[in-house]
Ligand binder design. Structure first.
Ligand SMILES: *Cc1c(COP(=O)(O)O)cnc(C)c1O
Length: 334
């Protein structure tokens, strides 16, 4: 039975074209700066996103960590959403490894952080307080795309308050495809951006941190410190480059599939949050566990959560969505 895995867009397997690109990759020792494929990926992405430099790292968690640590010193503070990945899902790394104090604030329904609330959280220059240094945003945020005019406002706001602005752009390309804009229109507002290659883009491993030469130079030192200096990493970078060159436009298909899934579930009577990109959130309440096992028997992998997140990706087709909806319909009847 073919498996349809809706738990995350991290589960994608490399496509045949991607495997060929990996096979053909020119390699070297990247800790010596001698892996041409890694260098090509870093330069390619930095160029496209409007930054001076890029740094290839194994995970988005490391990419965000290095970004935060390159911007902030010990005893500095960053302002971040209560539900943001860098705050909630990265093991508290910024605090543990960077001695950076997070100041979380409640996010808004559209995925943004209210700049008035951010302003109220900024601490004045006083030895009682941590030094507020950075604002971190996430885009897409739980599948929601931050409006471009909000990003412009956040940029102006951070300039005014002397803060740096970091983007956890794990799903930057879902946002740019959804808006129909060049990703540069998003990234131009930020001092640093972390992009995941291993989500909807379909690479097996890897993220890239982009920023100024100075920031990336610091991040490179930190990467070595946390054990992220990889040797013949071009094998992985080649997969990332392939993803960026061949698997960006197709994200629109994931978005269409997510729409269809959302509409189908609504037709079955589920309360479904508005779908913008590749994530569908449905309220399944106490049925979460029974639903998970019922659909598992039909080849559909779900997480068990009352607010159920389903994610579409490279390995989920429009027909798969029909199969999933049939499973939900049968569950309703059971
Ligand atoms: C997946 C993800 C990351 C990084 O996760 P890794 O598993 O460490 O690559 C960072 N931010 C967001 C929003 C993510 O979804």
């Amino acid at each position: 039975m073919p498996i349809i895995d809706l738990r995350s867009d991290t589960v994608t397997l490399p496509t045949p074209g991607m495997r060929e690109a990996m096979q053909a990759a020119e390699l070297g020792d990247d800790v010596y700066g001698e892996d041409p494929s890694v260098t090509r990926l870093e330069t390619y992405l930095a160029d496209k996103l409007g930054f001076a430099a890029g740094l290839f790292v194994p995970t988005g968690t490391m990419s965000n960590l290095l970004g935060l640590m390159a911007h902030c010193q010990r005893g500095d503070e960053y302002i971040v959403g209560q539900q943001a990945h860098t705050y909630k899902y990265e093991g508290g790394g910024a605090a543990v490894l960077g001695s950076i104090q997070p100041q979380p604030i409640e996010g808004e329904a559209d995925g943004s952080l209210d700049l008035a609330k951010v302003a109220a959280a900024i601490k004045m220059d006083d030895f009682h307080f941590a030094r507020t240094r950075l604002l971190a945003l996430e885009n897409t945020m739980q599948g929601k795309v931050l409006p471009l005019d909000y990003l412009a406002a956040a940029r102006e706001f951070t300039h005014k308050h002397g803060l740096s602005l970091h983007l956890d752009g794990a799903r930057l390309y879902n946002a740019s495809v959804k808006l129909g804009v060049d990703p540069l229109q998003i990234t131009r507002h930020f001092d640093s951006v972390s992009v995941c290659l291993s989500k909807g883009l379909g690479a097996p491993v890897g993220s890239v941190l982009c920023g100024s030469d100075e920031l990336i130079c610091k991040a490179r030192r930190l990467r070595k410190m946390v054990g992220g200096g990889m040797r013949q990493a071009g094998l992985l970078a080649a997969a990332g480059l392939y993803a960026l060159e061949h698997q960006v436009e197709r994200l629109a298909q994931d978005h269409a599939n997510a729409q269809a899934l959302g509409e189908g579930l609504r037709a079955l009577g589920y309360s479904v949050e508005p779908v913008q990109t590749n994530m569908v959130y449905a309220q399944v309440g106490e049925q979460a566990n029974s639903l998970k096992s019922f659909l598992a028997e039909r080849g559909v992998k779900l997480t068990a959560a009352p607010r159920l997140r389903m994610v579409t990706h490279l390995d989920v087709s429009a027909d798969d969505i029909k199969h999933v909806l049939k499973g939900f319909a049968d569950f309703k009847q059971s």
